[in-house]
Design a protein around this ligand. Structure first.
Ligand code: HEM
Length: 407
């Protein structure tokens, strides 16, 4: 008996293993063809709506009747166990999990830190950071080099540390704890990593309250003091989110982007000939890999009709941004990596009120890394066969554990 696409995705955990390292799992396409919105069973045993089409996905993410609050009944958690639920309920919710006015109240004060103007001022410093790590690769004289540890992780890590005023000397600590939190290690390990990271950040914010520096948190503390009192728990939550969201995602995208360009030499040649095209390449690579697939989950707060389907109040919805970004109605021949297609309207950073706060920073880092790496090491190539690369099919965000390269 042939399995239906929904059966194939039944009990799935994100990211579902991709058929080939580039493409979404074949079941995605079949589900999208069957219907832009359909029912699936999650690994937790619960059911949810699977939103596969681009238009339907945008409609859900822009609609305030869908909540991001993971503590609400019906929210599609991928692991529905008591420990996760207790942990979620015991902590003040992060910006990601707030709705409406409560959400704007925490997002608005930090938007100014991520504007294009502010980030343009950071460009020379990010360039110096990238050059520093490429220098170290070239100076080491040892090949192959694992690009994940030589470049992809340290660049966004150092950038976010400097922006937030976190001592880079502690990066090993928070990198390992963040890595553990988004991996599929035991629940105890994840809970411990979460607790340790939270305690570290709590201490950091306390220190900034008495010894301010020139960084995002010191500015937030000064602003809050002017308006009244410092919201210590709120700042701890914000720091936690920025520190965890700010490097693991970008690191994965750097590795996959380099891998994607090496696998498409004709596209790489376009940016090598004209670095003005690199921002286009960044958008297309973000679309192509869509590393945070399904992170954009919601629960309906009332009966809503989307794309001819009625989603009842209390039902969970998983918007598959990967499926949306491979929707042929919007991106012709989606399996073709084509930097000239103009992919900026992709949903890799989500859509609507929760659209990624750090997207301009991520774009800038990716652009500088791709330009610098392929300019300074034009002969860069994979040191192993593509099919032997360890892709992260065991984490919430897609990526590579290692990327051995040589030149
Ligand atoms: C390639 C890198 C990145 C990808 C693919 C990515 C992806 C996403 C996605 C899909 C969301 C939306 C979640 C939702 O709607 O529920 C999001 C939200 C968010 N991202 Fe990113 N992100 C990246 C880099 C960053 C960086 C560098 C930062 C911070 C410096 C950051 C901070 C945030 C924050 C704070 C939110 C929550 C926004 C809100 O709830 O209003 N991200 N990200």
């Amino acid at each position: 008996m042939t399995k239906s696409a929904a059966d194939e995705l039944a009990g799935f955990r994100l990211p579902v293993e991709r058929g080939c390292p580039f493409a979404p799992p074949p079941a995605y396409e079949r589900l999208r063809e069957q219907a832009p919105i359909s029912r699936i069973t999650l690994a937790s045993g619960g059911e949810a709506w699977w939103v596969a089409g681009y238009e339907a996905g945008r409609a859900v993410l822009a609609d305030p009747r869908f909540s991001s609050d993971k503590r609400k009944a019906g929210f599609p958690l991928f692991t529905l166990d008591e420990t996760t639920l207790r942990q979620l309920r015991s902590q003040p919710p992060l910006m990601l999990g707030l709705d409406g006015a409560e959400h704007s109240a925490v997002r608005r004060p930090v938007i100014g830190e991520f504007t294009l103007r502010r980030l343009t001022a950071l460009r020379p410093r990010i360039q110096a950071i990238v050059d520093h790590f490429v220098d170290a690769m070239l100076a080491a004289g040892r090949r192959p080099v694992d690009l994940v540890h030589a470049l992809s992780l340290p660049v966004p890590s150092l950038v976010i540390c400097e922006l937030l005023g976190v001592p880079y000397t502690d990066h090993d600590f928070f990198q390992s704890r963040t890595g553990m939190m988004v991996s599929r290690t035991s629940l105890e390990d994840r809970a411990r990593a979460f607790g340790e990271l939270r305690a570290y950040i709590d201490d950091l914010i306390t220190r900034k309250e008495s010894e301010p520096g020139d960084d995002l948190f010191s500015r937030q503390i000064a602003r809050q003091r002017q308006d009244g009192e410092v919201d210590h728990p709120g700042l701890v939550s914000l720091a936690f989110l920025l520190l965890t969201a700010g490097h693991e995602t970008t690191a994965n995208m750097i590795s996959l982007g380099v891998f994607g360009l090496l696998g498409h030499p004709e596209q790489l040649a376009l940016i090598q000939a004209d670095p003005g095209r690199t921002p286009l390449a960044v958008e297309e690579l973000l679309r192509y890999f869509t590393i945070a697939d399904g992170v954009t989950s919601r629960v309906s707060t009332e009966d809503v009709e989307i794309g001819g389907v009625t989603i009842r109040a209390g039902e969970g919805v998983v918007v598959s941004t990967l499926s949306a970004n491979w929707d042929p109605a919007v991106f012709e021949d989606p399996d073709r990596l084509d930097i000239e297609r103009g992919a900026r309207h992709h949903l890799a950073f989500g859509f609507g009120p929760h659209q990624c706060l750090g997207q301009n920073l991520a774009r800038l880092e990716l652009e500088i890394v791709f330009d610098t790496l392929f300019r300074r090491i034009p002969a860069l190539r994979l040191a192993v066969r593509a099919e032997d690369l360890p892709f992260k099919s065991d984490a919430v965000v897609y990526g590579l554990h290692e990327l051995p390269v040589t030149w």
